[in-house]
Write a protein that binds this ligand. Structure first.
Ligand SMILES: Cc1cc2nc3c(=O)[nH]c(=O)nc-3n(C[C@H](O)[C@H](O)[C@H](O)COP(=O)(O)OP(=O)(O)OC[C@H]3O[C@@H](n4cnc5c(N)ncnc54)[C@H](O)[C@@H]3O)c2cc1C
Length: 462
């Protein structure tokens, strides 16, 4: 760790006593550097906890003029642990957790450090909802601004398309409202252009919810998975209501490896929801069905138990046009070998025809209907992580060998396992033709790459 940087930071803090900061000498330091992926071992310079936009602004000016690198953290769930970096200051945004609903109840302005369940619980109290992911502890903005797939995607669209305005601290340290160019780039390429203080997002009226998981007999997991997908394709041909979002999952539960479908019916027409629940239940032999009328806060507290709060290992992803027999066969064989750790799992998000939920001006490029595969090569202990990561890699490699015309060229940045720095090929894999737009915006708004350690890291390409 650069001692001169630490000394400069200590001096700065003396002059700005209102800015809370955890220094390496603090007993709190180890707890404060924690991120979801425990494999990330980096020791940050310190962890700053600003509470106002003005504090973020003076921090950026200080860091820039002293050549000190920094990362930004909200929920800490980046899959490579990029919100901490060796020797760089971590700017922790968790204090920014406000929710301010507009008088017309169509939008809300939310602090950039809010977690998914905090946002949804606050909206639910007011009879409102917005798309989020299923895991409560993930940072809302980190989820939304890079894409944001989740159980409300079919109904209201992706997270990225909910963002209608943003306030950020730019490379000069000024607190600015994002103009159209910046807003477009934030929608998909997130934090590469500034530290976001808050965003205004679309919200929707919702007073009841039918949700839960349908568990299928998984003694022959490959067959269960393939049969479900074949039958699902049949019923999808006749059209599915947009209020219905389904996420296939394979998890290691107490009785062992099991295939289940997370069922979300985000509408008040509960009878129709039960009709669809029964239809989906008929796609296999059900051993347990937890679908019930519930509330978002209860749903989130149940989900907290679904996944360990920290894990070792890494994720892999592909996006495919269709769950063809070749793809389901290949995944089915991989599922037979799924390592038996609660952290190792597999899941599929589907982006259906979104013509009714128009896309915003963004740099998120994967707009055609597709299935996004989440191959979770994680484990609860460091010893088991190697086996899980190998399984995830092998599964990913097998799918990569399937018919190339069914594999999308673009992959989801938030779930990809990429070695940084980012080259143009990688940037194009994430953003397609928008890669050039992102670089142009970066050169215009952050030519010195002040935000060099946020996601995506573009320093190599400037
Ligand atoms: C268990 C788990 C489940 C997941 N499930 C889903 C899912 O269902 N759907 C999905 O789409 N994704 C999912 N993801 C991926 C997740 O959405 C991304 O990793 C997301 O970026 C995490 O956000 P965070 O705030 O928790 O992470 P952090 O690590 O805190 O932030 C990630 C990055 O975002 C940037 N950033 C954060 N806040 C700011 C800010 N205020 N200003 C500028 N830059 C900022 C920084 O570059 C930071 O490195 C999941 C990840 C995990 C670990």
């Amino acid at each position: 760790m650069e001692q001169s940087h630490l000394a400069a930071l200590e001096d700065f803090l003396k002059n700005h006593p209102g800015i809370k900061c955890t220094l390496p000498s603090s007993p709190q330091y180890l707890a404060d550097r924690k991120v979801f992926i425990l494999s990330r071992k980096a020791n940050p310079l310190a962890i700053a906890h600003p509470e106002t936009a003005e504090q973020v602004s003076v921090l950026v000016q200080f860091l820039r003029s002293n050549g000190i690198k920094f990362t930004v953290r909200a929920g800490g769930h980046h899959l490579l642990g990029f919100s901490i970096e060796e020797g760089a200051l971590t700017i922790d945004m968790r204090a920014f957790a406000s929710v301010d609903i507009a008088a017309n109840r169509e939008t809300a302005t939310v602090g950039a450090g809010i977690l998914q369940h905090e946002l949804c619980n606050a909206l639910w109290d007011k009879g409102l909802a917005t798309p989020t992911g299923a895991i409560p502890s993930v940072g809302y903005l980190g989820w939304a601004m890079y894409g944001g797939y989740g159980p409300f995607s079919s109904h209201w669209g992706l997270g990225v398309d909910q963002i209608v305005a943003a306030t950020l601290v730019d490379a000069s340290g000024a607190i600015v409202r994002a103009d159209d160019t910046l807003l477009k780039a934030v929608r998909g390429a997130g934090g590469a252009f500034g530290i976001i203080i808050d965003v205004s997002i679309k919200v929707y009226h919702l007073k009841s919810l039918l949700t839960g998981a349908i568990f299928y007999d998984s003694q022959e997991i490959s067959k269960t998975f393939m049969d479900y997908n074949a039958k699902y394709q049949e019923i999808s041909k006749h059209g599915l209501p947009k209020q219905l979002t389904l996420q296939q999952m394979v998890v290691n539960g107490p009785p062992g490896r099991v295939f289940c479908v997370s069922f979300m019916w985000s509408s008040e027409s509960i009878e129709e929801g039960y009709h669809w629940c029964n239809k989906i239940a008929c796609l296999g032999t059900v051993i347990m069905n937890t679908v019930e009328v519930t509330t978002i806060p209860k749903w989130y507290s149940g989900n907290a138990a679904l996944i360990p709060s920290t894990m070792y290992g890494s994720f892999r992803t592909h996006s495919v046009k269709d769950m063809t027999q070749e793809v389901t066969g290949c995944i089915g064989r991989a599922l037979e070998k799924l390592p038996a750790d609660p952290g190792t799992m597999f899941s599929i998000h589907q982006l259906r025809d979104t013509s009714e939920t128009p896309a915003s001006a963004s740099v998120f490029s994967t707009r055609e209907p597709h299935f996004m595969l989440e191959i979770v090569g994680c484990a609860t202990t460091t010893e088991k992580a190697e086996t899980s990561e190998q399984w995830a890699f092998d599964t990913w490699a097998e799918v990569k060998n399937t018919n190339s015309s069914n594999l999308l060229d673009h992959v989801y940045i938030s779930l990809d396992h990429v070695e940084y720095p980012c080259d143009l090929h990688t940037l194009t894999r994430y953003f397609g033709d928008y890669a050039q737009d992102i670089l142009t915006t970066k050169k215009d708004y952050d030519p010195e790459n002040v935000f060099g350690l946020t996601v995506p890291r573009l320093g190599n390409l400037l």
